[in-house]
Design a binder for this molecule. Structure first.
Ligand code: HEC
Length: 110
């Protein structure tokens, strides 16, 4: 007979295995952005002094967000653009995809 206690241990064991395997696979977009992009683009998407001097756009600007396509964001991250460095030798495809999506986090809400 399966006791309540045993059932709970099983449920917890399964939940634990799931949570650790997800944690390993998950790419932390915010951390990647802070590590690699923040120095020019700012933690909150507003270009830093350094970013401004290089011509970095303001990710919190509605016009920027509405006029740039996802494919363009990905292409510029992968290959670089003018003073913006290329990331393809530094980040994995999954990591580049994660930071590309993170750029949209700064889009102002209506
Ligand atoms: C050394 C400073 C610097 C760093 C670090 C940097 N960028 Fe940029 N980024 C720029 C500059 C400068 C531009 C403007 C390029 C232009 O339009 O001439 C830019 C533009 C962009 C654009 C707009 C591209 C376009 O096509 O208009 C995106 C998106 C972007 N950066 C994302 C990122 C992400 C994500 C990271 C981190 C992985 C990152 N940047 C790291 C300087 C930087």
């Amino acid at each position: 007979m399966i006791t309540k206690g045993l059932m709970w241990s099983l449920v917890l064991a399964v939940a634990f295995v799931f949570s650790t395997s997800f944690a390993e696979e998950k790419v932390d977009a915010k951390k990647l952005f802070d590590n690699h992009c923040k120095k020019c683009h700012g933690e909150l998407g507003k270009p830093t002094e350094r970013g401004q001097s290089l011509g970095a756009p303001d990710f919190t600007d509605r016009k920027f967000q509405e006029t740039i396509a996802d494919a363009q964001i990905r292409a510029s991250i992968t290959n670089g653009k003018n003073k913006m460095p290329s990331w393809k030798d530094i980040l994995s495809p999954e990591e580049m995809e994660a930071v590309a999506r993170w750029v949209r986090v700064f889009k102002p809400r209506r």
